[in-house]
Design a protein around this ligand. Sequence first.
Ligand code: SF4
Ligand code: SF4
Length: 193
Amino acid sequence: MGAITGTFKGFGVTFSHMFRKIVTTDYPFEPAPAAPRYHGRHILNRHPDGLEKCIGCELCAWACPADAIYVEGGDNTDEQRFSPGERYASIYQINYARCIFCGLCIEACPTRSLTMSNEYELARDSRQDLIFTKEQLLAPLLPGMEQPPHPMRLGDTEKDYYVGALTNPGTSAGAEKAPWSETGTKDATGEAS
Ligand code: SF4
Ligand code: SF4
């Protein structure tokens, strides 16, 4: 008698789960959305005219507790301008074999160049592929943006990009959230497709 009761109890557990909400997901075909403030892969943002916000100051690299960021600054010239002001990042790399996604680099960045997306699909087959280059990290060009190098379009000095001008508060609306973070579609370099 006890065995029969136990059997029904066991099936009771099974049946009760059959009518509960399904929590499994069909990953990787239908990736679950991350929490809005999830710390995912980084983005190097742009100004509204397409110039890069990064000025190659290396503050993010110095703030990183995992030594995951490598930056080399270069000088802008009138003929070759990648960002407003004097300097830009000629080399920018983040090593995702080291990164612990703490966000300290984001806090250190004085220009809001560096932000984090919600993308969490960062597994790669080799350590080398885990080192993301500047080209992979740069935000895609949005409509109205122009591929650098090009002259400053929003003012005569870098101040016009960063302070004072109410008509141009220096934000790149839309660029801080890469399109692929919403659609989940991107090519091998992380560019929107
Ligand atoms: S999130 Fe943290 S560990 Fe990763 S690069 Fe930024 S500071 Fe370094
Ligand atoms: S991302 Fe920000 S902190 Fe890092 S080098 Fe560029 S401007 Fe400086």
